[in-house]
Design a protein around this ligand. Structure first.
Ligand code: GDP
Length: 330
């Protein structure tokens, strides 16, 4: 067994064509839940869902989020109605009191359903409604995720990092905002001052996650701050990584990032935005997979390949290199 840690892009891309090297049933994924939001009363788990949709064969691989060819009738009508009613369509946070009452899993990330600021497709929505319905019936997020995986005949264990709420709040020059407001609504524009993982001090990794972390761990190319940071913010999670062999794939080629706001987020949290900075964040990692063009000198074993992940062939190549790196540390 080899356990993968995942945000919403890099690890799902790595696993997309890696089944020969890492068979899904033996390659559990621990997914970040710091990006989750409750929108219109239902829980949206973007990172878990990207992996779920990818394994179900229904992911929109053009965007790496949402369901391929999903309809948007409900979303269109929400916006049309808000416009008619003269209601502003920015992210509409619920009040502080409403943030902390009701379902604990959703606290500090609750948004009104008026003119939803994130696009939720119609099929996508059915999944969120079912997940939230199960949680309301008493299922944990871990159990609800298992039900959804079974519904799509997925062999891979897909494990939320925690059943407790952790909300990634980006502190910017314009004030604090939930990661989804910063990323989806503001398109990563406001200058970042700091990042907070609200709730992490009271959150625990689940027993299923701790069990999975007893096996060797691979961190696919991920945003170290907002995808892996919420996991590392839980002491028991970080301690478990110190006790097990860990291989990390860099999301950078030296100081150039493949995509997304990882560089800005690292700089704002006190790390060099580069492969060296990633190695500093992952002080527990035992080996790294770097791009062939990345000459960074690290104090731990390094295996190099072309780390571009555009096709299933790319995934297979990078997976074989990850396997080589694992062989050096296990
Ligand atoms: P998010 O949840 O969508 O923010 O994404 P992740 O945390 O899963 O991954 C984001 C990181 O993946 C970014 O820092 C990118 O640089 C990196 N990334 C995206 N595509 C590739 C790729 O093809 N190769 C490598 N090595 N990294 C990539």
């Amino acid at each position: 067994m080899v356990t993968f840690l995942a945000g919403g892009t890099g690890t799902p891309k790595l696993l997309h064509g890696a089944a020969e090297v890492f068979p899904p049933a033996d390659s559990p994924v621990v997914g970040n839940t710091g990006d989750d939001v409750e929108l219109s009363g239902h829980l949206v788990c973007p990172d878990l869902d990207t992996q779920l949709f990818a394994d179900a064969g229904i992911l929109d691989t053009g965007t790496w989020w949402g369901i391929d060819a999903d309809g948007g009738t409900t979303n269109d009508q929400l916006h049309a109605l808000a416009e008619r009613a003269g209601l502003d369509s920015g992210p509409r946070y619920l009040s502080e009191e409403a943030q902390t009452s009701g379902r604990t899993i959703a606290r500090w990330r609750r948004f009104s359903g008026v003119a939803e600021f994130m696009f939720i497709g119609d099929v996508d929505r059915a999944i969120h409604l079912t997940r939230t319905g199960l949680i309301d019936e008493g299922y944990t997020l871990t159990e609800a995720t298992r039900v959804l995986c079974e519904a799509y005949d997925i062999d891979r264990p897909l494990l939320p990092m925690s059943d407790d709420p952790v909300a990634t709040i980006v502190h910017t020059e314009e004030g604090p905002m939930h990661f989804q407001e910063f990323w989806v609504h503001r398109r990563a524009e406001p200058a970042i001052e700091d990042v907070e993982f609200r709730g992490a001090e009271n959150a625990e990794p689940t027993p299923e996650v701790l069990d999975a972390l007893a096996d060797p761990v691979v961190i696919g190319p991920s945003n170290p701050v907002t995808s892996i940071g919420p996991m590392l913010a839980m002491d028991a999670f970080r301690e478990a990584l110190h006790e097990t062999p860990v291989v990390a794939v860099s999301p950078f080629v030296e100081d150039t990032v493949f995509s997304g706001p990882a560089a800005e987020l690292m700089a704002a949290t006190g790390y060099e935005p580069s492969t060296s900075g990633v190695a500093e964040v992952y002080e527990f990692a035992d080996a790294f997979v770097l791009d062939s063009e990345d000459g960074t000198d690290l104090d731990r074993p390094v295996v190099r390949t072309d780390t571009k992940l555009d096709t299933p062939e790319d995934s297979d190549r990078v997976a074989r290199t990850v396997d080589e790196a694992l062989a050096e540390v296990t």
